[in-house]
Design a protein around this ligand. Structure first.
Ligand code: 16G
Length: 240
């Protein structure tokens, strides 16, 4: 952090430079989720800054979700997960990229007839079969999202082929999605979502619907995910 601090723009007030230095350390994974920061006084002494400067920088980082203050004194690096919207990656890949361990709690995994929404999204007939997987996705054991994926059986003949990662199973069969169309909207947590995600009913969730395609245009997956609004950031790059 002190090296980063020296590298930040000199024109900025000191607390903003310190904030930027800590933010860079978090985003580049030098400071990992869950790491405990030294106390305000130790930080101020080590970095030769005033306690007011340190306090202001930490307060800003806390406001933006980079840090969590526990019991009023211990400051921990938060576990927000950032995901670029331009690349097609799996949940497991996103979590590993953040230095965390992905996991899932299976709620159900079975072969069944597609729902009307799945029929439309996957372009399959009502009398066909899909593998439907419902699970809670976790990062370091903390629930992040509830996800329901449906894959036509011609790409995945058995639900048992999926261990923790669906994309690993699809890749092993030569059907790794190459392109996706994703729609996002907000949704309030239902009582069931709240139970799975350890949040209050009515808490804001980010709901995404993703249709995945193979290179030749076949639709390989339809997935509905509900992400906890306070732990997952979707990041866009915009160009004029
Ligand atoms: C992501 C995808 C989901 C896919 C999953 C595979 C979104 C909105 N959804 O969560 O469609 O099924 O990754 O992850 O990003 P896995 O390989 O870890 O099971």
């Amino acid at each position: 952090v002190s090296r980063e601090l020296e590298a930040t723009a000199l024109g900025l007030p000191l607390y903003k430079r310190l904030k930027a230095a800590i933010e860079t350390a978090i985003l580049s994974n030098v400071l990992k989720a869950g790491a405990v920061l030294p106390g305000e006084r130790v930080l101020a002494d080590t970095l030769q800054l005033s306690r007011v400067t340190v306090r202001k920088a930490l307060a800003l980082l806390e406001e933006e979700g980079f840090l969590n203050r526990r019991h009023g004194f211990k400051t921990e690096v938060g576990s927000r997960v950032e995901k670029s919207l331009a690349t097609l990656t799996s949940f497991s890949e996103d979590i590993i990229a953040r230095g965390l361990v992905p996991g899932c709690v299976w709620l159900s995994k079975q072969i069944s007839r597609p729902s009307p929404t799945e029929m439309m999204a996957l372009g399959v007939a009502g009398n066909s079969n899909v593998v439907r997987m419902k699970r809670i996705r976790t990062a370091d054991g903390v629930p992040i999202a509830v996800e329901i994926s449906a894959v036509p059986v011609r790409f995945l003949p058995s639900a048992e082929m999926v261990k923790d990662s669906l994309y690993d199973a699809l890749e092993a069969r030569g059907f790794l999605p190459q392109r996706a169309i994703q729609r996002m909207r907000s949704r309030a947590a239902s009582a069931e979502d709240a139970q799975h995600l350890h949040c209050d009913p009515g808490a804001p969730l980010l709901m995404t619907e993703r249709r995945c395609f193979l290179a030749d245009g076949q639709i390989v997956e339809y997935c509905e995910s509900r992400y906890k609004g306070d732990v997952y950031d979707f990041v866009f790059e915009l160009q004029r």
